[in-house]
Structures are given as structure tokens and as C-alpha cells.
Design a protein around this ligand. Structure first.
Ligand code: AFP
Length: 334
């Protein structure tokens, strides 16, 4: 039987090659992954335990929260706040930053997360996921929001778990991207997709076409040219996908290439996009770049965007490098 490399073995072996990394980081990652296993269990049992449907509350985004949004948030906070590895947390489901309770020691990391991305799909049994981002925090006192408002290029780790037909973890610590499949029989994530790389070219784009009238001209031009197919300037036909679950779109792109767009939307200037910078766009941008792709707002490399608020939204274009570079070029020409 071939030796199965567990996530724990992988992390420890990878950390050996990195200077200045204590076991604290490995333990933190282990605890985040434990939380995701618990979320996977809740998602998988769904209606059997009455956790589907709306919680009849709203988050700071003004979006109706699903019961599983709140359950997943609580699981993540409870899995991490006691560990002594964190200085603080931030969640899509919490208006303010989450302090570490006084009875617990503090650590040198910040974790920012979307506990259940794509949750509008949970009631129709489509893939959803958890997204997380880890920053170092050397603040002596209690961290403030300012400690969280760091460029994506400062992340020390980014990952997501997709709760789909298989429960999979995709992870980067800045040294490539690796995929792990949850072996339900032993409750361990097993390395199944080492050194993931994204094809530079693609014939598949993902966008919510119903917003066409609200897009800026460069995005309309890009999509129009994809739709013109081989008779148009692109000289090839394109396929379209839209799952309305970013983790699923990003995973597909990591596996076979493609481009995902949630662009600037002219409807509400206060909401320059739907996706949130700190705990959706930035972790996905680090993963995509580490896999050889690109991620941009259309006008700026995502990892270079200076955050201005905790729940700030940004336009997102990510995936196969050639397509993102074409989109950037169209924005530059506009
Ligand atoms: P939810 O978590 O509210 O389902 O939003 C998911 C998401 O943030 C992202 O995962 C999808 O790509 C995008 O929204 C889907 O947006 P539309 O519903 O507007 O297509």
C-alpha cells in the first residue's frame, strides 16, 4: 500500500525547511483544519439535524444569515480562541474584530475567515466552503482593526476547505499550493494534489451574466469577445460556468484553468464589488498566484491593495494568467 502523507506530516516537513517557524504555526493550522472538519460534519448532515435554512438575522453586509453561517462561525471561534496562538480574529459574520478572552493566553497570529462561503447554496445542496487567511501580529497590546488592515502580500498562509462531493483542503504557506482530500475513514486530510499549477490559457470563464448591464466597459468587452467565440477576435470558443460559490469556482480553476470575475458594479458605488478583500479576495489571490495564476481588481494586483476597512469589498478577476492580463490591459485602455 502506498504511504499516505497526512496534512500533519506535510506541514511539519514543510516547516522544517522554513526558518523562524515554531511549532505554534503548525498547531494553529491543525486547529483551523479541525474546525473545518467539524463544519464539514454539520454541512454534511444538514437537514438531518435541522441546521439548514435562514437564521432570520443579518450580518454587517446586510445579508440574511443562514443558520450554518452562524454555526460555522461559532465552531471556528471556539476552535481557536483558547489555543494561545492568536492575537485576534476577524469573521465575515462578526461586525467587529474578535478579541481573545482574557482567560486565554495570546499568540502572534491573526486569523481572518469567511466561515461558510457560498451559503446561499446550502439549501440546494451545492458545494460551499470555508476560507481563511493568516497574518503575523507582533502588536504588544490588544490588536486593533489597523493590525488587520494589511496587504494580501503579507499573509503567511491562506487556504480554503470545499465541502463538496469530496471534502478538500487547498493550502499555501507561500511555497506553492497543495490539495488534500479528507479520508472520512480515518478523519485525516491526505495529500492528493501536490504542487497545483493553473494552465496559463483557458477557454472557460465564470461570471454572473445577469449583472451585465451594471459592468464597466472593459469587462463587457472581455465577455463580449468570449461570447463571439472563434468567429471573433479570440479565435476560439469559450464555455461558461457560474456556481455562485467562490470556493467551487476557484477549485475548478486550480484543477483545469479558467477565469472568475465578480467585477465592479455600477449599481452602488459604496459596494465596488460583492466579494470582501480581507477574508475572500486576499486568501484566494495568494493561492491563485502561488499556483501560477493572477488576481487583480482590474486596475491593481489584489495582493497590493491597501485595505481601508475590515469588510471592504473589491472587484475580483482571478485565474489563468493570460486572461487576467488581458482584462488588466482592457482596463488600462479604458
Ligand atoms: P454567499 O456566501 O452569500 O452565498 O455569497 C457567495 C459569494 O460571496 C461567492 O462565493 C460567489 O461567487 C458570489 O457570492 C455569488 O454571488 P451571486 O449570488 O451574486 O451570483
Amino acid at each position: 500500500m502506498t504511504h499516505k502523507i497526512t496534512l500533519t506530516q506535510f506541514i511539519i516537513e514543510q516547516q522544517r525547511d522554513l526558518a523562524d517557524v515554531s511549532g505554534t504555526f503548525t498547531l494553529l493550522l491543525t486547529n483551523i483544519v479541525m474546525a473545518c472538519k467539524q463544519i464539514a460534519h454539520q454541512v454534511n448532515r444538514g437537514n438531518l439535524i435541522g441546521v439548514l435554512g435562514s437564521a432570520d438575522t443579518e450580518n454587517i453586509q446586510g445579508e440574511v444569515q443562514k443558520k450554518l453561517d452562524i454555526i460555522s462561525h461559532d465552531i471556528m471561534v471556539r476552535a481557536l480562541n483558547w489555543t494561545g496562538q492568536l492575537a485576534g480574529m476577524a469573521s465575515e459574520e462578526a461586525d467587529e474584530i474578535i478579541d481573545i478572552p482574557l482567560q486565554y493566553p495570546k499568540g502572534k497570529y491573526l486569523v481572518l475567515f469567511d466561515p461558510l462561503d457560498g451559503s446561499s447554496n446550502i439549501d440546494i445542496n451545492l458545494s460551499v466552503g470555508s476560507i481563511f487567511s493568516i497574518l503575523r501580529c507582533d502588536a504588544a497590546a490588544e490588536p486593533t482593526v489597523a493590525d488587520f488592515l494589511r496587504k494580501g502580500s503579507e499573509q503567511v498562509c491562506a487556504g480554503f476547505v470545499i465541502y463538496g462531493p469530496a471534502t478538500m483542503l487547498v493550502l499555501t504557506t507561500g511555497h506553492g499550493v497543495n490539495g488534500f482530500t479528507l479520508d472520512q475513514a480515518i478523519g485525516e486530510f491526505i495529500l492528493t494534489h501536490p504542487s497545483i499549477t493553473i494552465p496559463e490559457a483557458t477557454q472557460e470563464f465564470a461570471i454572473n451574466m445577469s449583472n451585465y448591464r451594471h459592468w464597466e466597459a472593459p469587462v463587457r468587452r472581455y465577455v463580449d469577445e468570449c461570447l463571439q467565440g472563434k468567429e471573433g477576435v479570440r479565435g476560439k470558443d469559450f464555455n461558461m460556468r457560474w456556481i455562485a460559490s467562490m470556493v467551487a469556482e476557484v477549485y475548478r480553476i486550480l484543477m483545469r484553468g479558467g477565469v472568475f470575475l465578480y467585477p465592479y458594479d455600477l449599481r452602488d458605488p459604496s459596494k465596488p464589488g460583492r466579494l470582501r478583500l480581507l477574508y475572500e479576495a486576499n486568501p484566494m489571490a495568494l493561492i491563485i498566484e502561488q499556483a501560477g495564476g493572477a488576481c487583480s481588481t482590474g486596475r491593481k494586483r489584489m495582493l497590493d491593495v491597501q485595505p481601508e476597512s475590515l469588510h471592504q469589498r473589491v472587484p475580483v478577476m482571478l485565474g489563468s494568467k493570460q486572461e487576467v492580463e488581458r482584462l488588466i490591459h482592457y482596463h488600462q485602455m479604458s
